[in-house]
Design a protein. Structure first.
Ligand SMILES: C[S@@+](CC[C@H](N)C(=O)[O-])C[C@H]1O[C@@H](n2cnc3c(N)ncnc32)[C@H](O)[C@@H]1O
Length: 689
């Protein structure tokens, strides 16, 4: 069942539909637009519809565009753009590690520099002139909204090959854009089973198919000479929408117009970059301002917007490396309980505010929106709170200004437990998928298919891992809050118990240590500093390796060639964690190692006192903070030790050098005296003769 999702939350940027429908007959509604691993080329065309299960070999190929990693057409595009008025550039299209083709600095670029300057004449928007003006006229007559209009425009221009002024641009576009539009229903079901992105992809595919059907029945079928079936069909629409989803940008300074900007659309995305494309009124061109310097040969990035990994996969077909996307979020589905005595009343309240059951809410690594909490309050509220249903549903729909004050202390624990249960149900789906993905039958019928399936599976594994990570974090926070609430009164003083282990050791080649974690959800803090080597003439600047393994031998984290490092992680499985150090230098090294486990002890429900609970919460938080400070303090002490030894070695070396130089000077002086004496003695002998 498709689930409605509230994206307009206190945590996510406001949901801004790409276009407002000008004609209500069109039912399409598309979501907003714009360091990962390498991918094998997917040079096949695959059907996405539920009923269309054509194999890749059978699917018709698009006869324009190129393989995404091809540079030949990109070079022609570059030449054509220069001839058409693109000013000289400080970047060039090249093959890159991230994103296959991208723009690479051809000279030093300063931070804060404006780049690109693509003139409006080289931008494709809903107002662009049609090479076939008659077709353009018909589309305008039907008042087609921007997205379907641009999709049709792109196909029309592509089919006219060299007669279109956009020939060079279209030839450099990927023949098959990376996008979930190209995943079959079976692939979506199999690989994205745990993620809500599956629903979003199905919805999007349905919208694209529906839009094409709408255009076909209302316009194309009535003007077959302008829109022949061989050119305007579901396959070509899938291509053009794939291009729009992965390349269309919104230009705020051009009245929020949506545009395809040749050249600028060769820039790849980086989650850490904070610069966006926009129209610059002073230079009259599309630009972006660098937020960091680049050296010649370095790939230049922009941001496609603050999108979650799922949204990036949906529109652009890639998933950033785990933990690198600060805008990452996962959609958590919450549902009313079927056996709820007030099910109907609650559902009516939800419907009144445009919500339903199940309903998705975004959860981030930093927390969840108030809307989600409001929905949870509604789900768990007993019949005697029916007067509050309306207020709760309103707050869950983000339509209330007082939502931040929404508090029902009497049902807070139930609401948090309900969110925790939903989180855990979702986590178990991800865990099942990730476990099964290891032995997933890739149904190999050809190497090409194997390549594709392995690639899609990897994307799904990456997405599931990053989404599950956020849920684990939410689970940890929820458990802690519940423990705080349940512990009550003075119990909170003993809530936090830490297990600490810190010591210095000398390592020759390899040393392993283990630490037992008794509870899931606790946080393990690890730090080490390489303090000294056994030779005062050598000081290790290459560092050591540390690999952390979980209870079943899985690798949790690794540091390579580090002098000092710190890492925190949430214990997902209780058991013994192993920390293995490797020293690759020929010297013995002394390492200061600190591992600390923070645990909130679980207490059963005790009498609660509303006045005391917040105080106890604060005390337990302070206790944890104190513990963390001790950890930081030890780390700093270790760093100071290292620095003291570095300084001591340096001064010893300086003294040795000075002594050596003095001895050398004395030696040279004595030699000089000796030689002079010999010379004078000889001269004296000669004069006597
Ligand atoms: C606007 S285009 C950028 C140019 C594109 N690389 C090309 O060669 O045509 C967006 C597409 O680039 C790729 N891309 C962009 N950023 C990426 C990243 N960080 N990692 C992997 N692929 C990326 C994706 O295939 C995406 O659909």
């Amino acid at each position: 069942m498709a689930k409605a999702c509230v994206l307009q939350s206190t945590l996510l940027p406001a949901y801004s539909p790409l276009h407002k429908l000008r004609n209500q007959n069109f039912t399409i509604s598309f979501p907003p637009l714009p360091v990962s691993r390498c991918r094998p080329g997917i040079h096949c065309s695959v059907s996405a519809g539920e009923t269309t299960t054509r194999s890749m070999e059978e699917a018709p190929e698009i006869s324009w565009g190129c393989e995404i990693d091809s540079l030949e057409n990109a070079t022609s595009l570059q030449n054509w753009l220069s001839d058409s008025g693109l000013p000289p550039q400080k970047m060039a299209i090249d093959r890159v590690d991230i994103g296959e083709r991208g723009l690479v600095a051809s000279q030093n670029l300063r931070k804060g520099e404006k780049l690109l300057f693509v003139p409006p004449s080289l931008v494709i928007s809903a107002d662009s002139e049609w090479t076939n003006p008659e077709a353009g006229e018909v589309m305008k007559r039907y008042d087609v909204p921007d997205w379907p209009l641009l999709a049709t425009y792109l196909i029309s221009e592509a089919s006219l090959q060299k007669s279109s002024r956009w020939f060079n641009y279209i030839s450099a576009l990927p023949r098959q854009p990376y996008s979930l539009l190209y995943w079959t229903r079976t692939e979506l079901d199999m690989y994205l089973e745990a993620s809500q992105i599956r629903e979003r992809a199905i919805e999007r595919i349905t919208n694209v198919v529906g839009t094409f059907e709408d255009l076909r029945s209302r316009i194309f079928s009535k003007h077959p000479h302008l829109f022949p079936k061989e050119v305007f069909n579901d396959e070509t629409f899938k291509w053009s929408f794939g291009i729009l989803f992965s390349r269309l940008v919104r230009l705020p300074s051009m009245d929020g117009r949506f545009a395809l900007v040749p050249w600028a659309d060769m820039l790849n995305h980086n989650c850490e970059v904070e610069t966006f494309l926009d129209y610059d009124k002073s230079s009259k061109g599309v630009v972006f301002t660098t937020d960091r310097p680049y050296q010649p040969g370095e790939q230049v990035f922009i941001s496609y917007g603050n999108k979650s990994n799922g949204e990036l996969l949906l529109s652009y077909g890639f998933v950033p490396r785990e933990g690198t996307n600060p805008s990452d979020s996962v959609e958590l589905a919450l549902s009313l309980r079927k056996n709820d005595k007030c099910y109907k009343e609650k559902l009516d309240a939800l419907k009144k505010h445009g919500l339903s059951t199940p309903q998705c809410f975004p959860v981030r690594i930093t927390g969840w929106p108030m809307e989600l909490m409001a929905y949870a309050y509604l789900v768990v509220s007993p019949p005697d709170m029916r007067n509050n249903f309306e207020e709760m549903a309103k707050a869950a729909s983000n339509k209330t200004s007082t939502k931040n004050d929404l508090k029902y202390p009497e049902i807070e624990e139930d609401a948090l437990q309900f969110i925790l249960d939903s989180c855990e149900t979702s986590i178990s789906k991800y865990s099942r998928f990730l476990k099964e993905s290891g032995s997933m039958d890739l149904d190999i019928t050809s190497p090409k298919q194997l390549n594709r399936k392995a690639f899609l599976k990897q994307l799904a594994v990456d997405l599931s891992t990053s989404e599950r990570r956020i849920l684990y974090r939410a689970q940890y926070i929820l458990r802690r809050r519940l423990r705080d609430i349940r512990s009550g009164e003075l119990k909170a003083l003993r809530l936090f118990s830490g297990l600490r282990n810190f010591f210095k050791f000398v390592i020759d080649r390899e040393e392993c240590f283990s630490h037992k974690a008794e509870y899931e959800g606790d946080t393990l803090h690890v730090s080490f500093v390489v303090i000294k080597s056994d030779s005062q003439w050598h000081f290790n600047e290459d560092g050591v390796d540390l690999v952390i393994h979980g209870p079943t031998g899985e690798q949790i984290h690794d540091f390579r060639e580090q002098i000092s490092a710190k890492h925190d992680f949430v214990v997902q499985k209780k058991g013994v964690y192993r920390f293995c150090f490797t020293n690759k230098s020929p010297y013995h090294e002394t390492i200061d190692f600190d591992v600390q486990l923070g645990h909130f002890a679980y207490y059963d429900q005790h009498a609660k006192d509303e006045h005391f609970t917040p105080l106890m919460e604060q005390i337990s938080k302070l206790e944890e903070a104190l513990y963390n400070i001790q950890f930081e303090q030890h780390w700093l002490e270790a760093q100071t030790d290292r620095q003291a030894i570095v300084n001591e070695n340096m001064s010893k070396r300086a003294v040795h050098k000075a002594l050596f130089e003095s001895f050398a000077l004395i030696g040279a002086s004595l030699l000089q005296v000796y030689l002079l004496r010999r010379l004078f003695e000889r001269k004296l002998g000669m004069s006597r003769v």
